[in-house]
Design a protein around this ligand. Structure first.
Ligand code: TXA
Ligand code: MG
Length: 344
């Protein structure tokens, strides 16, 4: 059952209060922004974030954008460069997303950042959304509120068409003013790079910070654009083998359901075999097994079979990348080192 909440009464903002309560409890609430409706979850809660992927039936754990009521709260979670501050001053609140290094004390969970050392942040220009973010006081991860592969929703009916019964509530704030997603700009490297064109034009950005590397420039230079395009992007230091039915004493076991016996180093994604719990524990598990397994002299990490349905598809996609042959250093020049993703 998906509640339809309204927040049109400033004196008695019950819908808003309910939406904040649900988010605080780890539930899913779609809400209008100026670009598209976002499917929101507490970005500091990996189980809540796992539910986003489940509801959207996303086959992959793409990194998500975290939303904030102001630049001050955003820049507690990421390391702001001078360019980032300039852009924030000019375009926030508004349809611009900035990719920056995650702050060492940041609370955005690994699953929301897809294990990357960077995170995408933005301050939406929608009054009710801002009030909700302020009331919650935590970053809210929100991809567009549609099933994976479907068109982005620009009003609450579109959200219900795709997600009714799969999410806890939609906060109806009417049609979205912008209707296309935010512009995504990567400021984590030497030069600002456009990752996705959107609500703020590159030309406007360039008047503030100077030249921006365009999408096709990067492609011509053979640089990976989106994190998901790198095959071996989520790989820990130890090699990874999937779908094992037995385990050797020198192997670290990533279990799912009743664990195989004989492993000295073990992390169970979900003893009860729940895929949402498994998704929320995946990055932490790979990191722990990598560290403890290396200390214990293990030769590799082995993974018990995980179903390829529902969230299992996304989990298997990430594990498949972790197990894929490692690219040679040249091919991966522009990408952050695979090690960093799990040690950051
Ligand atoms: O307008 C918008 O941005 C909407 C509203 C709801 O805010 N959100 C949205 O989210 O479009 P989504 O999940 O559909 O798109 C997020 C994009 C993905 O393409 C993802 O790869 C990129 O942001 N992204 C997120 N974190 C990133 C990171 N650390 N590095 C590079 N790309 C990142
Ligand atoms: Mg989308």
């Amino acid at each position: 059952m998906t509640d339809r909440l309204v927040a049109d009464d400033a004196e008695q903002p019950e819908g808003l209060i309910r939406a904040a309560e649900l988010l605080r409890d780890g539930r899913l609430v779609a809400f209008g922004t100026e670009t598209v409706y976002g499917l929101g979850a507490d970005a500091t809660n990996p189980l809540a974030v796992a539910r986003i992927f489940e509801a959207k039936e996303r086959p992959r754990f793409n990194p998500l954008i975290s939303h904030f009521p102001d630049s001050e709260s955003a820049f507690k979670q990421v390391v702001a460069t001078p360019l980032a501050r300039k852009l924030a001053e000019k375009f926030w609140p508004g349809p611009l997303t900035l990719v920056l290094p995650r702050h060492p004390d940041g609370e955005i969970c690994d699953l929301a950042a897809a294990g990357l050392p960077t995170a995408a942040v933005r301050v939406p220009a929608q009054d009710t959304a801002l009030a909700l973010l302020r009331a919650l006081g935590r970053p809210v991860a929100a991809p567009s509120a549609n099933r994976s592969g479907a068109v982005s929703p620009s009003d609450a009916d579109h959200v219900m068409d795709g997600l009714a019964g799969r999410i806890d509530a939609v906060l109806d704030t009417g049609p979205c003013a912008v209707g296309v997603e935010s512009t995504i700009l990567d400021l984590s490297g030497d030069t600002p790079r456009l990752l996705r064109p959107g609500g703020v034009t590159v030309e406007d950005i360039e008047t503030v910070i100077g030249p921006v590397e365009r999408h096709h420039d990067a492609r011509e230079a053979n640089a990976p654009i989106a994190p998901g395009m790198l095959t071996s992007h989520y790989a820990p230091g130890l090699p990874v083998a999937l779908d094992v039915r037995s385990v050797q004493p020198d192997e670290a076991l990533l279990a799912f359901g009743p664990p195989l016996t004989g492993a000295r180093v073990l992390w169970n994604l979900s003893e009860t075999g729940h895929l949402d719990e498994a998704a929320s524990r995946l990055f932490a598990g790979l990191r722990a097994l990598d560290r403890q397994g290396t200390q214990a002299g293990c030769s590799r990490i082995v993974v018990q079979p995980i179903p390829d349905t529902g969230l299992g598809l996304a989990i298997r996609d990430r594990l498949g990348r972790a197990a894929a042959p490692r690219p040679d250093a040249d091919a991966c020049q522009d990408a952050p080192s695979t090690q960093e993703h799990h040690v950051a």
